[in-house]
Design a protein around this ligand. Structure first.
Ligand SMILES: [Fe+2]
Ligand SMILES: [Fe+2]
Length: 360
């Protein structure tokens, strides 16, 4: 509908003090013509010229996006972190784009109609594992969600990545809940909770405990889903979740690598966070810890061994040991990439026992 001449006249009358200075002195760099690349027009491609200059410190507390011109009457939130090192991860742009491009639906991308009938003990074990995982995923969304309001517009890509992680974790929660309910059993025993994750005081503490340890262990578990999945339906579910977890872990690795480069004095602080998480996961027991509480570990052993007889369980616990070795060795590898290779000498002994020897 065309704007009536009356309304235009009225607007003009109200704008006697018209100020067109924003036309004359744009803060932005002009003349950038950015063509889409192989994966489309990505965040990395538009982070160019002055738009790609990411400051190490900023007093931008107003929600102003990096590259936009400041204004004197802007609101000041006082809640956004002024330091790039507080949250930055060099992989945030790439991982956000990948997350957007690889979203999947738990309703339609898992072939639920093909779910086979399983022996009751196996189905109960899968339902127990999924009960535990729904809780893990619920917490994995809440934990990074607490930090989104602290990310400044200068580092907005981190905020976008966190949003994508929260969406991924929501989908993981719902896919495991659907799996537990889909085949006749439903939810069983809840996990112990994760106060240690929810009470992190700082983003890097959160990354140490959630991304590097918690999600790293979950990622290794999902990657080995072929070993304990009972059907193509379950295999697909773990495969899809594993690909999402890889992004979350990669974000954390690159954040920690940056922190170690620019704030090497934080090394012992980071080790303290890892001590705490390893203490909880290692717990010195062969029955609990690295793969969840005792009941979930038993459920995994049943799934891996194929039943509840003595022979099945013996076989199951043997395979569980292989999963633990992989969890611990992949964890150590991540720490080496971050520049925390000295963790090998500091690791909780119950966990370090699963480490492969260093090869020359
Ligand atoms: Fe997840
Ligand atoms: Fe995750």
């Amino acid at each position: 509908m065309a704007v009536s001449q009356d309304i235009l006249q009225e607007l003009r009358a109200e704008s006697d003090d018209v100020d067109l200075s924003w036309l004359e002195a744009p803060a932005a760099q002009r003349g950038l013509r950015i063509a889409p690349g192989r994966r489309g027009l990505t965040l990395e491609e538009i982070a160019t010229g002055s738009y790609g200059e990411i400051p190490t410190t900023s007093r931008n507390q107003s929600g102003r996006m990096r590259g936009a011109g400041p204004r004197p009457d802007a609101q000041n939130t006082q809640q956004m972190w002024p330091f790039r090192s507080a949250s930055w991860s060099a992989s945030a742009m790439l991982l956000y784009e990948e997350a957007v491009q690889r979203q999947w639906s738990s309703a339609t991308d898992v072939p639920w109609a093909d779910l086979p009938d399983l022996p009751e003990d196996i189905e109960m074990a899968m339902s127990q594992l999924c009960t535990f995982l729904t809780q893990v995923e619920f917490i994995a969304g809440d934990v990074p969600g607490q930090y989104a309001p602290n990310v400044s517009g200068e580092f907005f890509e981190v905020g976008l990545f966190l949003a994508s992680q929260i969406m991924d974790e929501a989908r993981h929660l719902d896919v495991f809940r659907k799996r537990a309910l889909a085949n006749g059993i439903g939810l069983l025993q809840a996990g112990p909770g994760a106060v240690n994750l929810l009470t992190a005081q700082d983003f890097t503490e959160m990354t140490s405990t959630l991304h590097l340890v918690g999600e790293g262990f979950v990622q290794s578990l999902f990657r080995m889903g072929e070993m304990f999945a009972q059907s193509e339906v379950d295999k697909r579910m773990f495969r899809l979740a594993a690909q999402d977890e890889s992004r979350h872990v990669a974000f954390g690795v690159m954040h920690m690598k940056y922190v170690m480069e620019v704030e090497p004095e934080r090394r012992e602080e980071i080790h303290t966070y890892l001590d705490r998480m390893e203490g909880i996961l290692g717990v010195g027991s062969s029955q609990a810890g690295l793969t969840g509480g005792g009941e979930t570990t038993e459920a995994l052993a049943i799934l891996l061994g194929g039943g509840t007889t003595e022979t099945h369980l013996q076989d199951g616990y043997g395979k569980l040991l292989a999963i633990r070795r992989r969890q611990v060795n992949e964890y150590m590898h991540r720490l080496e990439v971050c520049g925390l290779g000295d963790r090998r000498q500091k690791m909780n002994p119950f966990m370090a026992a699963a480490l492969d020897p260093v090869t020359a």
